[in-house]
Design a protein around this ligand. Structure first.
Ligand code: FAD
Length: 479
């Protein structure tokens, strides 16, 4: 970077030198997100505390023609916050205040650095909660959730982040401060808020959000079924939905995950089980018991070996802890893992999971599965050792084959982790050159200089070559 010292001096004047990180060791904290296979060092990290400071940093970056990238808490799983071309990371951790809670209207106004779970904790004693619940909710930020349009176990019934965000304040890529949506349900004109949610930090820096709070359901029923095979568990998922039951969550763990979780945390799962299915019903308690009976019958029809019913809230928390601790437990199985993310039609789950097992065998790369079965959002966990270049090559082939299968059965290449750096090569599997050209046009309206989070989302000529496809004539933004 040409004028690094000058840039650092000017950044320090905006946020104070204590909030500008420049030393190489500290910068390594910001070299990757949860997808640790990708690494890139920023030139500098700034930690602003106000929207005005963010705006001033963005204007400065433009004057110096330097890339800038928003970062929440770095739990992303697609390399979205990496400074691939160097530049300034704008870390939003210090913008972590809940600005307003309006229970009468079921709204909260938050800064982007608020950790997801802390919002629920702030309102739970009054009987409210914030519905989007990524499995990383103890660490991820609401700004990051908005940028990725994150989901979670309860997406099946409550939808993804965009269903719970009513209004946004954003610093545009040239440093202006604008607002979209508002605190009421309907806003006239184009739904720009909807376009920004899920734009993966490429349209500007979100500095405030008005989000919806929900009343805690009157009651819950949580069941856990232990199945002999993953096929039987998958068929039980389809049968539950076909019976007209929409659970709040419907989650599955396969044999390798059960084994890892059991060995790490001793929940009492049989080590030879083929799959565990967690079903949670919520809402008005009247009539819920009959749905539990229906699900019990469906489980039994699919040779369920054992059913556990949460007797009270402590039991329910224990069941969820077993699911949410799965990722941690998997860390014991290999030095590295990639949490793949794809979506398939629910009815295709048995076929797709069989194909994934074949791919694992073909490349001799172990794969475990823990996922949101109810919405067909699969998470094959690809286990490997990044120090072995041969394994890394095979892992790349495994990822390509898994995502190709998802696309072939009418699914898609990510359910919730976003495209970022990780999936840009696979965009041609689901989007035509014309689709992508329209997306580029939209991106250029928000981000004409390309300085905001460059090198993400759009495929390059290399991406087409990797998939064995001809490069289209349209100009490629990733070139
Ligand atoms: C163990 C584990 C489990 C997970 N489970 C789930 C899950 O169930 N569901 C799910 O959806 N995801 C899950 N994730 C992925 C991740 O937690 C989410 O993508 C989350 O929303 C990222 O938030 P973050 O604050 O860490 O964002 P970061 O990783 O810091 O950034 C992610 C992207 O958002 C952009 N961004 C961040 N803040 C802003 C802002 N204020 N304005 C504009 N752009 C911004 C960044 O530039 C980047 O492109 C999981 C991750 C882990 C490690």
């Amino acid at each position: 970077m040409a004028d690094r010292d000058q840039l650092i001096a000017e950044l320090s004047a905006i946020v104070g030198s204590a909030h500008v990180i420049t030393d190489p060791t500290s910068l390594t904290v910001y070299e990757c997100d949860g997808a640790t296979q990708f690494k890139a060092l920023p030139d500098v990290v700034v930690l602003p505390t106000t929207t005005q400071e963010v705006s001033a940093v963005v204007k400065l970056a433009n004057r110096h023609n330097v890339p800038f990238i928003a970062r929440g808490t770095g739990t992303g799983l697609s390399g979205g916050m990496l400074a691939v071309n160097g530049g300034i990371i704008i870390a939003l951790n210090r913008m972590n205040r809940i600005l307003d809670i309006d229970l009468a209207n079921q709204r909260a106004v938050v800064e982007p650095g608020v950790v997801n779970l802390l919002l629920t904790q702030a309102v739970q004693d009054d009987g409210y909660y914030y519905a989007p619940d990524p499995s990383s909710q103890q660490a991820c930020s609401i700004g990051g959730n908005i940028a990725e349009n994150s989901g979670g176990p309860h997406t099946l019934k409550y939808g993804v982040t965009s269903n719970h965000v009513l209004g946004l304040e954003m610093v545009t890529t040239d440093g202006e401060i604008i607002e979209f949506g508002g605190s009421v349900e309907e806003t006239p004109g184009y739904d720009i808020r909807g376009v920004i949610i899920g734009s993966e930090g490429t349209f500007g820096i979100i500095t405030k959000a008005i989000v919806r709070l929900l009343r805690k359901p009157q009651g819950y029923q949580t069941l856990l079924g232990i199945f002999e095979t993953i096929d039987e568990a998958s068929n039980a998922v389809s049968s539950i939905i076909s019976a007209g039951i929409i659970p709040a969550a419907l989650e599955m763990m396969d044999g390798p995950v059960i084994k890892a979780v059991e060995e790490a945390f001793h929940w009492g799962f049989p080590l030879d089980a083929g799959a565990v299915l967690i079903v949670e019903l919520d809402g008005i308690t009247a009539g819920m018991q009959s749905q539990v009976e229906q699900i019990t019958e469906i489980f039994n029809d699919h040779n369920c070996r054992e059913i556990r019913y949460a007797k009270d809230d402590a039991d329910r928390q224990k069941i969820w802890k077993s699911r949410k601790s799965a990722f941690g437990a998997l860390g014991r199985l290999a030095p590295n893992y990639i949490t793949q993310d794809g979506v398939v039609p629910r009815t295709q789950l048995p076929k797709v999971l069989r194909r994934i097992a074949e791919i694992s065998e073909k490349y001799n790369i172990p794969i475990a599965n823990v996922f949101h079965a109810g919405d067909g959002n699969i998470h094959p966990i690809v286990l490997f050792d990044e120090r072995d270049p041969d394994q890394c090559e095979r892992v790349d082939a495994v990822n390509t084959e898994i995502l190709t299968v998802c696309a072939e059965v009418g699914g898609t290449i990510t359910g919730e982790h976003g495209i970022g750096l990780e999936k840009m090569d696979y965009m041609p599997l689901i989007f035509s050159p014309e689709d992508l050209a329209l997306m580029v046009d939209i991106k250029e309206i928000f981000n004409p200089s390309g300085l905001c989070n460059p090198g993400k989302i759009f495929p390059t000529a290399k991406s087409y070559a990797k998939l064995g496809l001809e490069t289209p004539n349209h100009s490629l933004p990733g070139k």
